[in-house]
Design a protein around this ligand. Structure first.
Ligand code: ADP
Ligand code: MG
Length: 270
């Protein structure tokens, strides 16, 4: 999965704002790459281009050795992507916005299984299996999204993502909207899944726990630039950018009693 020289601008009235320029990133198969960065740094824009939902102004995205998104005349049509659409699953911050509230969990998952070409007789058993994979009781299949807790809903979103048997999962801050205690449960689940399934992950988060426990590689995005990209070990040993250093310093260190919150950058990025 490669993103090459991507640029994106937004126009507001007469003003044109460059979100990023010449952004390049390669994600090898089976890698878990975390993109971190403060709010407004362009992470969601990268994700939407990577998913083929937003057209870049320059550059291209390739997936499974095929053009997936590109600028201008090279533009990739949705019908070209259709062949591999289900090989990329997406998990959003707020799963409610992507569920039809009238559907039961069972219907939501069956629908995804339908898309993945699983025939009707096998679907019920597979729904139970998927619920089990995300540590939910089979009875939950009867409920509707609004009858679930935030954590349960996010588990359903993960189950649906898995139902498609994708090669790549794009997750855009999948735990940010959850209570702290639930966040760590969902992150544990992601960690388990990472070990069970050989998938590739593009995982956007500003949670250091993700970087600490799961990421093979970390990209730090700041004001639309990837200011560093390296292995987890590298980033921890030698953070090159002040934002990364500040993030690392903000992780409470239970092994030492002093300097619990170290150095934290304050204020918004300009
Ligand atoms: P992040 O996900 O890192 O918070 P985003 O990619 O959502 O960042 O946004 C990056 C910048 O682009 C922000 O300044 C945001 O206000 C701006 N932006 C995002 N979407 C649009 C849009 N549709 N039109 C204009 N500006 C946008
Ligand atoms: Mg975002």
């Amino acid at each position: 999965y490669t993103l090459t020289d991507l640029s994106k601008r937004y126009t507001r009235g007469k003003e044109s704002i460059t979100i990023f320029e010449d952004l390049t990133m390669t994600i090898p198969e089976g890698d878990f790459i975390a993109i971190m960065g403060p709010s407004g740094s362009g992470k969601t824009t990268v994700a939407r281009i990577a998913l083929g939902l937003l057209q870049p102004d320059a550059g291209e995205v390739r997936f499974l050795d095929q053009p997936w998104a590109a600028a201008g005349p090279e533009r990739v049509e949705e019908k070209t992507r259709r062949l591999h659409r289900r090989d990329i699953s997406v998990i959003y911050q707020d799963p409610l916005s992507s569920f039809d509230p009238r559907w039961t969990v069972g219907q939501i998952l069956s629908d995804a299984l339908d898309v993945a070409g699983i025939d009707a007789e096998q679907q019920a058993a597979r729904v139970t299996q998927l619920l089990d994979q995300v540590r939910l009781a089979p009875q939950l299949a009867e409920r509707r999204p609004l009858q679930l807790s935030g954590g349960q809903r996010q588990r359903i979103a993960i189950a649906r993502a898995l139902a498609l048997q994708p090669q790549l999962i794009v997750a855009d801050e999948p735990v940010s909207a959850l209570d702290i205690s639930v966040q760590s449960q969902i992150l544990n689940l992601f960690n388990e899944l990472k070990q069970q399934h050989q998938l590739t992950y593009l995982f956007i988060s500003h949670d250091m726990a993700v970087v600490k426990t799961m990421a093979d590689r970390v990209a730090v995005m700041y004001l639309g630039e990837i200011v560093e990209l390296g292995s987890r070990e590298q980033i921890f040993a030698q953070p090159a950018h002040p934002y990364t250093a500040a993030l690392l310093a903000s992780v409470p260190d239970i092994s030492s009693r002093k300097g619990k919150f170290g150095r934290i950058l304050s204020g918004d990025p300009p």
